[in-house]
Ligand binder design. Structure first.
Ligand code: PLP
Length: 413
């Protein structure tokens, strides 16, 4: 496929018009935004949903008898239905609103983990996990006497089936695994992992932070027990995200935070708690962002599968053209990837590369990407990461290539 085929599969110019920030310039340089793995930009439907809510419909939810409160409650619960539809949850109540991926994982570790883990139990992680899917498990392991075991990553950036299968045993109580790596781009074989984990009696938490923006994710098809993601990585606002959990698991878990809205009966002698989803949503929730998040999910779902084909095209194109730059090493060459390319340019420090790309108007991420154990395993101090979304173009990739060539020459590499 050449550059001119792009518009045939996906009308990128039309989509870009939905994102006003993409037409920003720094001086004369139009912004090239390749930091989508960290957070994606927001389409106007999301910006407008936020503004409309505050202009026309704000009130506290669930407890009000007045019409405004009823309207806000209906919009909030509609957002939950949209989340459920987006991930094909069996029941809407299996979708809990949290502050994001990080809080969702902390919730499961603190609530399910503290209740179910004992000395001798094992939590299985992979070397490519984000800190958010490592540290909460370390903490609960330290408190319960359970231990954390780690699946190593092969040089290609993949998990080897022979290796992860061997680490699963009757001691494994939970596997927590990234659906896609934020550093390597690798899409992990989650369905196989779930099947094998269930066969030894373990549960699986899927960190879908990096997958939901790129392809449809179906919790029933994956067989996930828990699945977590953040709104801001899937075109919605910051400060909101989801914990999906199977209803019977969530209803058996103790509350994570306590307060208003999640109780049935409060007495100084004792308190009874509501069932899900309210059980895990203490206090006034992030109403406006939940509603705008729902809009974002509908927006993304409507763009599939054209967006996916376009992103695959961008990934292939960028891999080929970056790979042709002398001295550039791509880190993460798995067969199945989301559009993320980590790389090193000769001996140049990733921070220098990122700073110089910024001077050319190109936003990338540099450093350890909240994956220090992976950096250690790869033997690198950090990488430069270009991560794409469906609104990116081949012309932008060309600008990245030209810029990298200039930097390489400047550093005499
Ligand atoms: N997990 C993965 C794979 C991520 O890429 C990220 C963020 O980069 C997180 C978890 C944490 O997400 P958040 O900061 O939105 O809670």
């Amino acid at each position: 496929m050449d550059a001119f085929d792009e518009s045939r599969v996906f009308d990128v110019a039309r989509v870009r018009a939905d994102f006003p920030i993409l037409s920003r310039c720094f001086g004369k340089l139009p912004l090239v935004y390749f930091d989508n793995g960290a957070s994606v930009q927001k389409p106007m439907v999301v910006v407008e949903a936020l503004s409309r809510y505050y202009r026309e419909a704000h009130a506290n939810i669930h407890r009000g008898v007045h019409r405004l409160s009823e309207e806000a409650t209906a919009a909030f619960e509609e957002a939950r239905r949209r989340v459920g539809r987006f991930i094909n949850a069996r029941e809407t109540r299996e979708c809990i609103f949290t502050r994001g991926t990080t809080e969702s994982i902390n919730l499961v570790a603190a609530s399910w983990g503290a209740e179910n883990l004992r000395a001798g139990d094992e939590i299985l992680l992979t070397e490519m996990e984000h800190h958010a899917n490592i540290v909460p498990w370390q903490q609960v392991a330290a408190r319960t006497g359970a231990s954390v075991r780690v699946v190593p990553v092969a040089p290609s950036g993949e998990l080897q089936a022979g290796v992860w299968r061997e680490l699963l045993s009757s001691r494994t109580r939970l596997v927590a695994v990234a659906h896609a790596s934020n550093v390597l781009g690798t899409i992990n074989p989650v369905r196989e992992i779930v099947e094998a984990a269930h066969a030894v009696g373990a549960l699986v938490l899927v960190d879908a932070a990096q997958s939901v923006a790129h392809f449809p994710v179906d919790v029933q098809e994956l067989g996930a027990d828990f699945l977590v993601f953040s709104s801001h990585k899937v075109f919605g606002p910051t400060g909101i995200g989801v914990l999906f959990g199977r209803a019977e698991l969530l209803n058996a878990m103790p509350p994570y935070q306590c307060g208003g809205d999640m109780v049935l009966e409060v007495d100084f002698e004792g308190t009874t708690f509501r069932e899900i989803p309210e059980r895990f949503e203490a206090g006034t929730p992030n109403i406006a962002d939940a509603i705008a998040f729902g809009e974002a999910l509908d927006y993304v779902a409507a763009l599939h599968p054209g967006a996916r084909a376009h992103e695959a095209f961008l990934l292939d194109e960028a891999t080929r053209r970056l790979g042709a730059i002398p001295g550039l090493r791509i880190i993460g060459t798995a067969g199945q990837k989301v559009p993320v390319i980590s790389f090193l340019l000769g001996d140049i420090h990733p921070l220098d590369v990122g700073t110089m790309l910024d001077a050319d108007g190109i936003a990338v991420r540099t450093g350890h990407h909240c994956a220090m154990p992976l950096m250690k395993a790869l033997g690198v101090r950090g990488t430069v990461r270009a991560s794409f979304a469906f609104y990116n173009t081949v012309e932008e990739i060309s600008r990245l290539v030209v810029s990298l060539e200039r930097i390489r020459k400047m550093f005499g590499q």
